[in-house]
Design a protein around this ligand. Structure first.
Ligand SMILES: *[C@@H]1O[C@H](CO)[C@@H](O)[C@H](O)[C@H]1NC(C)=O
Ligand SMILES: *[C@@H]1O[C@H](CO)[C@@H](O)[C@H](O)[C@H]1NC(C)=O
Ligand SMILES: *[C@@H]1O[C@H](CO)[C@@H](O)[C@H](O)[C@H]1NC(C)=O
Ligand SMILES: *[C@@H]1O[C@H](CO)[C@@H](O)[C@H](O)[C@H]1NC(C)=O
Ligand SMILES: [Zn+2]
Length: 960
């Protein structure tokens, strides 16, 4: 599954710690193991013809093998599914009694565990097979889970059209048909779908035949071919009036998989990207995994209402519209990057997840981490000029080190007991930390060893289940064969320290400049300075280079720091040369140095030499330095001394790291009346960037351009706001604004937001009209994100109300976008926070089973709080029952606020002092031509008076 961007669903932490059980006998929520399914014959008729009665009905014949004598058949069912008890039959399917029915004594339901239990008077015999026949029916709901309804408006007629589609991962197949709904209970599926003959049906496998349904004129059965053995959560079926296009074959050396892209008729002009990318990614993975794709076809379909980003159902991948569809006239380059990476992610799952599946949800991170990592590899091959490997290294490093610095984070591999805990682990840790760790492994083992190990794992376990130790075993065997890991060390020794423990280490490198040695010490890194953890250690692959050597390419470890607290290394260069650790951020660890080595590095960065340092390491060291300063491990003098080199930096990634970290400081100052600093900070680079439009449109140039413009417009720098307003006006003047938009595509988010922020009702309503009229999901989403930029309280209040009304046209799946975009503004923050205080109960009801979403609401207002009274109030709200499904986000947000309070108490004065110092330097430097090279001097060119005023304001605020 691909998580919808920016949304994290979170662990029920208390349940996890108390119920984390692995012993099966203690786990009443697990199915008994006396029966295993071998084959399902599933028949479902879908009724979309009556708006007042959207429903389905059908039956399933499950052939089961009996492993142990028993007197019951226990399967999963869950509302809205109802069993038609009088039709239930259990028949022998082997042996002398073949065909004979067994006597049924009782029907029971265990609602807590979603069990339906058929009690038998006769005994099921070990070694025999049986057919369990269960008729059922159910309502199609709008829960975005199980077999559910979605809809869209047909543009030509203005009529609402309905479709029925599935979302089963992790445990919602049981809402659609009775089944053994655990990932290790693999079976073959023969699906038959009954539909009205003016609709189309789809399932995992290709259509085999169609025949009329007896006594139902105008209705037909679609019979699909029998599937390969697979888990229930990967089954999918859809009944719709969608259209499709077929991807042309890639050529003779490639597979002949029939690749089709499906969407509602009016969106068929947005499928070209998917048509091109799908087969390319599939071919990439066939080669990468060295295992052919086993199905004859792959359908990919854009569903208008969809809870997550996409779902990897085998042979029938479902997406929300924004992750599959792309309109080159309207969608941004960021949308393009997202579509490519989500398609690649889902296709990677066809091997990692579908072919070999985790035994139990504890190993979910392997599925998601691997799909995330492999998606970057495939995207990188599809768009080789985009530098995606570097970008994902830096983004991954920054996101993971940040979240995982919290005491309230959790290990990648979470012991999952009760299935109700599962939805919560589809989070940043599983996806991003998992992916980062796999990258780390591929770098320390070497790409070739890593791939061979993965292939052998896939071949050994195909059509079956595995757990993380199975992967470790395959990789260890390969690594020892290739000599890429010392004989006495296993991949399990190393990786268990990373996947079973929360957090990651910081290495402190203290050089002895007399004898050329250094001590390397490791401890867990925390975002709060007084947290300490003595007993946690990791197996750390240590790579480094020196000023004499300057080789950032060889990321294989020079040393292993075993899971002990420290070690010594020798043969470092002369005392006037720097050393730098963790090449290309190949390991998940921060590095701190002694003062002298920092000084040497700062000096190197501030000379021409910085260009010889790998760009990923440039971004990484900025992130390390700013974070180490944030927790007091180094001074801000060092951190800002380093940042000073940005005057010569032109690459996107180091700027990305710098702005993201300055963003933290800015966020801490935003509601203190303190704004001038950041306004001044950006003027010069804005002046340069606004005058150039990136002609040679590499991804990084476009991103660099828009990140600077975004900052400039957000802080009212230069003519950014006027330019944005003018551009928006010219759009408003168009006679057909839905068809003609003069605003440059990749700046639209910024320009809309700015125009709405500085505008009034007219600007807002204009955008709202465009939202309602747009036919492109990504454009709708972009507008939704801009509407929250308004500074009119009443407009924002109305907006938040509308976001919860289905009749407004905002889909349930998009509702939180309205809230989060409001919470990001200075006025909107207050409106959003009040809204959350008053309406968390309504939100809880609105989201139903998906109420984990409330965590996202909570963190989006909590993240900029930094005073004790704010903390106390937020904490009280977090204790409300509405947040019961988001306990961990609540806890993590509260911990972040504590970090903020600590930072504010300690560093406000120091930051202000530093800005003053920089100011002195700045005044000496003549502000000549406006080039990026002059940016940083000018960045800190702050009027003395203004700074004094700020200082006083800050002090006042702190006294309160
Ligand atoms: C499709 O057929 C069903 C009944 O079989 C009918 O109720 C419905 O109106 C038809 N839809 C269209 C668009 O013709
Ligand atoms: C069903 O049978 C299995 C195997 O004999 C047993 O472990 C389980 O407890 C039974 N379940 C019920 C509800 O009787
Ligand atoms: C298609 O249906 C026919 C007739 O029912 C059956 O014999 C054949 O095995 C099916 N083919 C596949 C691929 O399932
Ligand atoms: C544009 O980018 C491509 C690929 O990075 C490069 O080969 C080419 O020289 C660039 N052109 C210009 C005018 O900078
Ligand atoms: Zn996934």
């Amino acid at each position: 599954m691909e998580e919808q961007q920016n949304v994290r669903r979170i662990l029920l932490f208390t349940i996890l710690s108390s119920l984390a059980l692995s012993a099966r006998s203690w786990a009443p929520y697990r199915l008994p193991s006396h029966l295993v399914p071998e084959k399902y014959s599933l028949k479902i008729i879908t009724h979309l013809e009556d708006e007042n009665n959207f429903a389905f009905e059908g039956s399933v014949d499950i052939r089961v093998r009996c492993l142990q004598d028993g007197t019951n058949v226990t399967v999963h069912i869950k509302e809205p599914l109802k069993v038609v008890e009088e039709g239930v039959k259990v028949k022998a399917a082997s042996g002398e009694e073949e065909g004979q029915e067994l006597d049924i004594a009782s029907h029971d339901q265990d609602l807590d565990n979603d069990f339906y239990v058929i009690g038998l008077s006769d005994e099921l015999k070990q070694g025999m097979t049986y057919i369990v026949h269960i008729p059922f029916r159910g309502k199609l709901t709008q829960l975005l889970a199980g077999y559910y309804l979605s809809s869209y408006v047909d543009l030509a007629t203005g009529q609402k059209r309905w479709l029925a589609t599935t979302q089963f991962e992790p445990t919602d197949a049981r809402r659609a048909f009775p089944c053994f709904d655990e990932p290790a209970m693999k079976a073959r599926f023969s699906v038959s779908l009954g539909r009205s003959n003016n609709l189309t049906s789809l399932s995992n496998m290709p259509l085999n035949s169609t025949e009329p349904i007896e006594n139902m004129p105008g209705w037909v059965w679609d019979h699909f071919s029998e599937s390969v053995p697979m888990s229930t959560y990967l089954v999918a079926f859809i009944v719709s009036d969608f259209e499709h296009r077929v991807s042309p074959p890639l050529g003779p050396r490639h597979n002949d998989v029939n690749f089709r892209i499906w969407a509602r008729k009016d969106a068929m002009d947005q499928v070209q990207l998917a048509i091109d990318v799908g087969p390319q990614a599939l071919s990439f993975f066939e080669e990468y995994f060295d295992v052919p794709y086993p199905l004859p076809k792959q359908d990919m379909i854009a569903i208008p209402d969809f809870n997550s980003g996409a779902m990897e159902n085998w042979g029938l991948i479902t997406y929300r519209e924004t992750t599959l569809l792309f309109d080159p006239m309207v969608s941004t380059i960021h949308n393009k990057q997202r579509v490519i990476s989500v398609i690649a992610h889902e296709l990677a799952h066809q091997w990692f997840g579908n072919l070999v599946t985790m035994k139990w949800w504890t190993d979910l991170w392997l599925n998601e981490g691997f799909a995330t990592y492999a998606a970057t590899l495939a995207s990188n091959q599809i768009e080789p000029t985009w530098n995606l490997m570097d970008e994902s290294a830096v983004e991954g490093y920054m996101i993971v080190t940040n979240l995982d610095s919290l005491k309230s984070s959790h290990p990648v591999s979470v012991p999952i007991g009760n299935p109700s805990e599962i939805p919560q682990i589809f989070d940043t840790i599983s996806y991003k930390k998992g992916s980062f760790l796999l990258r780390m492994m591929s770098l320390f083992l070497g790409e070739v060893t890593f791939r061979k190990g993965v292939t052998s794992y896939l071949k050994t376990h195909r059509y079956k289940n595995a757990e993380q130790d199975d992967l470790w075993r395959a990789l260890t065997a390969q690594a020892h064969l290739d000599g890429s890991l010392p004989e006495q060390v296993t991949v399990k020794d190393v990786m268990d320290t990373w996947t079973l423990q929360t957090g990651y280490p910081i290495l402190t490198v203290t050089r002895n400049y007399d004898n050329g040695s250094a001590t390397i010490k490791q401890e867990r890194y925390f975002g709060l300075s007084h947290h300490q953890e003595q007993n946690q250690h990791w197996w750390v692959p240590i790579s480094f280079t020196t000023q004499d050597e300057i080789n950032f390419e060889d990321t294989s470890p020079k040393h292993w720091l075993p899971n002990t607290s420290s070690m010594e290394i020798f043969d470092l260069p002369a005392s006037d040369k720097w050393v730098m650790f963790n090449l290309k951020a190949s390991g998940l660890y921060r590095v701190n140095y002694d003062k002298k080595n920092w000084d040497l590095l700062v000096e190197a960065f501030n000379s021409d030499e910085f260009k010889n340092i790998n760009v990923v390491n440039r971004a990484q060291i900025i992130d390390d330095a700013m974070n180490l300063a944030r927790v007091g491990k180094i001074t801000y003098d060092i951190a800002f001394g380093l940042l000073n080199y940005l005057k010569n930096e032109r690459e996107y990634l180091p700027w990305r790291a710098a702005l993201s970290n300055l963003g933290y400081i800015e966020n801490m100052m935003r509601r203190t009346g303190e704004y001038g600093v950041f306004k001044r900070l950006l003027s010069p680079i804005y002046d340069e960037v606004s005058q150039s439009s990136p002609k040679n449109k590499t991804l990084f140039l476009i991103k660099q351009h828009s990140q600077i413009i975004a900052w400039a417009c957000a802080y009212g720098v230069g003519d950014c706001v006027d330019q944005a307003k003018a551009a928006y006006k010219s759009w408003q003047k168009m006679s057909d604004p839905d068809a003609n938009n003069p605003i440059s595509i990749n700046l639209r988010a910024i320009i809309y937001c700015t125009a709405i922020k500085y505008g009034d009702e007219d600007e807002w309503n204009f955008a709202w009209e465009r939202y309602k009229n747009s036919n492109v999901g990504s454009e709708k989403n972009l507008i939704l994100g801009s509407l929250g930029c308004s500074r009119e309280e009443w407009i924002l209040r109305r907006y938040l109300d509308w976001a919860m009304e289905d009749s407004s046209g905002i889909r349930r799946q998009d509702s939180y976008t309205a809230f989060v975009s409001s919470a990001n503004g200075n006025i909107g923050y207050h409106v959003a926070y009040n809204f959350l205080k008053n309406h968390h109960k309504d939100l809880f009801d609105y989201y139903g089973p998906k109420a984990t979403r409330l965590g996202r609401y909570y963190s989006s207002v909590g993240k900029s709080m930094n005073t004790m009274p704010e903390y106390m109030e937020l904490k009280a709200i977090g204790e409300e029952p509405s947040f019961s499904l988001s306990k961990l986000t609540v806890e993590q947000t509260e911990e972040k606020v504590l970090n903020n309070i600590e930072w504010r108490t300690k560093y406000f004065d120091e930051i202000v002092r530093l800005l003053k110092n920089i100011l002195k330097i700045c005044r000496k430097a003549a502000p000549v031509v406006l080039t990026i090279s002059k940016t940083f001097e000018k960045c800190f060119f702050i009027a003395n008076k203004q700074l004094d005023v700020i200082t006083i304001q800050l002090k006042d605020v702190r006294k309160k």
